[in-house]
Each structure stands twice: as structure tokens, then as C-alpha cells.
Design a binder for this molecule. Structure first.
Ligand code: PMP
Length: 400
């Protein structure tokens, strides 16, 4: 009965690693993967995460019972405070409902399923380009996906005018997906002034913000700075949704820890929203896993561990920023044609190089360097040792 099934294509992002793994070359370099690597090219488990795990393992009172449908209560409260701010009036007024979900992706999906069932406008606007999973997550949840202009390839910066025009012509009430910081794949974010203009426009048209926060603290090294866009929207008292991921900022990728917060205008509304979120979650996966959320809650509620986390987070962000500088300097020194200043202007884990799919294919074939076909490279996958190899490859690709 399954013989007719055709082979599905690899995921465009995760498929890069599949191809990389098959390559026997000793100089191969994987810049496709959206995960942090040390200077030695190794995955990193934060010390503070190891400490938290040790505490959890040594605590014999801990059991493996099911969590509630909405997840671990402490984790949810602390996650809302982390993104909205410790003194957020919305949190203090109990106007926010937060549910633990399966990392950022799961949080987006649960939020989208909720909106498809209960919100009056089923259209969501996503930026062009955006993380490749966004259109699939939202479409499968039952939303209709439209796009707004975001990136301008000629300036390698924000197409702010296009963005405003597209949001201006969106139907009143439409949902708008916003990357809270470190836009993936472009690394281009609006300035605080531009965010304010976006906020005013969206509120004047009653557009509903759905923030995707996958890189809080990872972009600038500051948890507060990277949450400013979200906090700006919450400060005006209006509604919004936020999907948080602890994959990058705590290095908990495979633990699948995240949270969906829905900010409402009143506590009773938030209570009813939560009751409906439970109906979304229960038939999907019943309740979320306990281990990763316990790690996060242990770290967030302990002053010392929290402080240590901020230091380790800053160290990761700083290494990425330093890789940007090193790659930029190396291309300059090499005299590679083109203006490469976008490498140091963009923020977050990725650089949107501007290399086209042909150049990407050339670099894979000739230099065993792997990246997504849109020319996005993970700066976290780079090290001082591998910068020269990448520089050679980019130079060859643009001068061939
Ligand atoms: N949103 C964006 C913009 C991302 O880059 C990612 C991770 N690549 C995610 C969401 C979700 O990641 P995860 O489900 O691993 O938290």
C-alpha cells in the first residue's frame, strides 16, 4: 500500500548537513548548520547547563511524572519575564499566558494553530526572505501565508519603504510575523526608530504581531537589548504573541525547550486563551518534556547561575562578532572584489553573503564548503583556523 510513495526532497537547511556528512574531504566545512560551534569546531554545552543538570540528577525528590499540558509552571513564568522584562506590567497584571512548547518551532506551531481556530483574520504576513520553515509551519496550521518586503539585495540592508508599504496595504487585523532580533537568514534588523514606526503603523491598522524570538542574547550579547522590539510592542498595552526558543541562547537544541506567550488586554482573557491553548496542545503531544524546561527554570531562578549564563552567552555572541570581523578583514586583505561591509553590519548567527546559488554550488564542489543555496553562512560554524579557507573559496567564487 505504500509502494506509490515518492522520495521526498531533503529539508533545504538540514539537508546541507546530510550532504556535508557524506563528503570525505578533510577540509570540509559546514556553514549550513544553525548551531554554535567552539573555536575548535565542536558543539558546546554551557557550564551552567552542566551545573543545572547535576543539581537535577542529584535531587532524588525529582520524579518523571507527566507535566501539565501547559508545561512547567516556573519555567513559563520565568520565560515570560525573560522576554518581556522583569518589571513588565503585562506580567504583573497576569495578562500574559505562557505555555511550554517544543522549542521555537513548536511554539510557532501552537500559536498558529490557536490563531487559526480563534482569531478572526487567518492571513499571516511573513518577511521575504525568512526562515524556510515559517511558511510550512503556518500553512499546515491552517493560516494563509502572504509576504511583506524586507531585504533589499542592492543595499544588503532593510527595504524599509517596501516593508511599510506592504504592511500598510495588508488587511486590517492581519497577523504579522516579526523576527524579534537577528533576522534569519539576513542578519538585518530594523533600528529602534524603525521598530517604533513599524509599531505605530501596525497598531493603527490593528495588525497582530507574532514575534519569533530564537536568538535573545545571542545577537548582541545582551538579553535585554535583544528583547527591545518585543517590549516596545508590549509596552503599548496591545496584544501580541511571542515564540521563544532556548536552542541557541542556552545551547539546548536537542532538548526542544521553548515557550509561547500570548499577551492579552486583561487577565480574564488570558485565562480563557490558556484554556483554549490546552485544547490545541492535548491532541498534538499531550504535554511537553520535563528535562530541558527544568534546566532552564533552574538557571533562571538562581541569581548566580543566571549571571553565569549571561557571561557564557556573551562569550558565544562575542566569538561570532569576532568571526565577522576576521572574515571581513581577510576578504579586504585579499582584495576580493565587492563591498563586504555587510558582514560586519549584519547581526546574529548568520551572514547573508550575497553569493548566488551558482557560487554556492561552486564552493561546495571545489572547496567542500557547505551552506544553504541562498548564500547564508553560519558565523558560528567558522573559526580563526577556517577563515582563510573560506576566504579563498569566496575569492575564487566571485572572480571565476
Ligand atoms: N525561528 C527562527 C528564525 C530560527 O532561526 C529557528 C532556528 N533555526 C527557529 C525559529 C526554531 O528553532 P528551534 O525549533 O530549534 O527552537
Amino acid at each position: 500500500v505504500f509502494a506509490h510513495i515518492v522520495q521526498a526532497p531533503e529539508d533545504p537547511i538540514l539537508g546541507v548537513t546530510v550532504a556535508y556528512n557524506k563528503d570525505p574531504s578533510p577540509v570540509k566545512l559546514n556553514l549550513g548548520v544553525g548551531a554554535y560551534r567552539t573555536e575548535e569546531g565542536k558543539p558546546l554545552v554551557l557550564n551552567v547547563v552542566r551545573q543545572a543538570e547535576q543539581l537535577l540528577v542529584n535531587d532524588s525528590s525529582r520524579v518523571k511524572e507527566y507535566l501539565p499540558i501547559v508545561g512547567l509552571a516556573d519555567f513559563n513564568k520565568l520565560s515570560a519575564k525573560l522576554i518581556l522584562g522583569p518589571d513588565s506590567p503585562a506580567v504583573q497584571d497576569n495578562r500574559v499566558t505562557t505555555v511550554q512548547c517544543l522549542s521555537g518551532t513548536g511554539s510557532l506551531r501552537v500559536g498558529a494553530e490557536f490563531l487559526a481556530r480563534h482569531y478572526h483574520e487567518r492571513t499571516i504576513y511573513i518577511p521575504v526572505p525568512t526562515w524556510g520553515n515559517h511558511p510550512k509551519v503556518f500553512t499546515l496550521a491552517g493560516l494563509s501565508v502572504k509576504s511583506y518586503r524586507y531585504y533589499d539585495p542592492t543595499t544588503r540592508g532593510l527595504n524599509f519603504q517596501g516593508l511599510l508599504e506592504d504592511l500598510q496595504s495588508a488587511p486590517s487585523g492581519a497577523i504579522v510575523l516579526l523576527h524579534a532580533c537577528a533576522h534569519n537568514p539576513t542578519g538585518v534588523d530594523p533600528t529602534p526608530q524603525q521598530w517604533e514606526q513599524i509599531r505605530q503603523l501596525m497598531r493603527s491598522k490593528a495588525l497582530l504581531p507574532f514575534f519569533d524570538s530564537a536568538y535573545q542574547g545571542f545577537a548582541s550579547g545582551s538579553l535585554d537589548a535583544d528583547a527591545q522590539s518585543v517590549r516596545m510592542f508590549v509596552a503599548d498595552g496591545g496584544e501580541c504573541l511571542v515564540a521563544q526558543s532556548y536552542a541557541k541562547n542556552m545551547g539546548l537544541y536537542g532538548e526542544r525547550v521553548g515557550a509561547l506567550s500570548i499577551v492579552c488586554r486583561a487577565a480574564d482573557v488570558a485565562g480563557r486563551v490558556e484554556s483554549q491553548l490546552k485544547l490545541v496542545i492535548r491532541p498534538m503531544y499531550s504535554n511537553p518534556p520535563i528535562h530541558g524546561a527544568s534546566i532552564v527554570a533552574t538557571i533562571l531562578k538562581d541569581r548566580n547561575m543566571f549571571h553565569e549564563w549571561t557571561l557564557e552567552l556573551k562569550a558565544m555572541a562575542d566569538r561570532i562578532i569576532s568571526m565577522r570581523q576576521q572574515l571581513f578583514d581577510a576578504l579586504r586583505a585579499r582584495g576580493t572584489p565587492g563591498d563586504w561591509s555587510h558582514i560586519i553590519k549584519q547581526i546574529g548567527m548568520f551572514t547573508f553573503t550575497g553569493l548566488n546559488s551558482e557560487q554556492v554550488a561552486f564552493m561546495r564542489k571545489e572547496y567542500h564548503i557547505y551552506m544553504t543555496s541562498d548564500g547564508r553562512i553560519s558565523m558560528a560554524g567558522l573559526s580563526s583556523r577556517t577563515v582563510p579557507h573560506l576566504t579563498d573559496a569566496i575569492h575564487a567564487a566571485v572572480t571565476k
